[in-house]
Design a protein around this ligand. Structure first.
Ligand code: FES
Length: 142
């Protein structure tokens, strides 16, 4: 019984995680959603921990991320984390690329109110896809 209690506690999802999972922000539901933001950077990563995949498109103007879209085969935690990340990088007029590059999984977890310990790797997926998209943007700008 004690084990069940412990297990249940480890799988606790915060209210914020549930909100972002049930109502994900900036998720690409169709190719049209992606076209509308006229992306100038795209990044894709796979998770070595679970094999899931994340792709992110960004639209950069004057060094700031104005819009983004993402799509994943990932789980609840990956969806909630990337939804939150997408809000963080586009709120208040858009985040500067240099700041977005410094975002860590911990920053996302703090905004989400945490994740179950064995789901931390899922929060890294969106973060890495974003960094790959920024790299792609910089390459395209040369
Ligand atoms: S288990 Fe694969 S992203 Fe969460």
């Amino acid at each position: 019984m004690a084990d069940i209690k412990k297990h249940g506690k480890e799988w606790f999802y915060s209210k914020i995680v549930k909100e972002h999972f049930f109502h994900p922000k900036n998720m690409a539901l169709s190719d049209k959603d992606i076209e509308l933001i006229r992306p100038n950077g795209v990044g894709e990563v796979g998770s070595p921990a679970c094999g899931d995949v994340m792709r992110m498109w960004i639209s950069v103007e004057n060094g700031k991320i104005k819009r983004c879209r993402w799509r994943t085969f990932g789980c609840t935690s990956a969806i909630a984390s990337t939804s939150m990340l997408s809000v963080m990088i586009t709120e208040k007029g858009g985040m500067k690329l240099e700041e977005a590059e410094k975002i860590t999984a911990k920053d996302i977890l703090d905004r989400l109110g945490g994740l179950p310990p064995n789901k931390i790797h899922c929060s890294v997926l969106g973060d890495q896809a974003l960094k790959a998209a920024i790299k792609d943007y910089r390459k395209n700008e040369k």
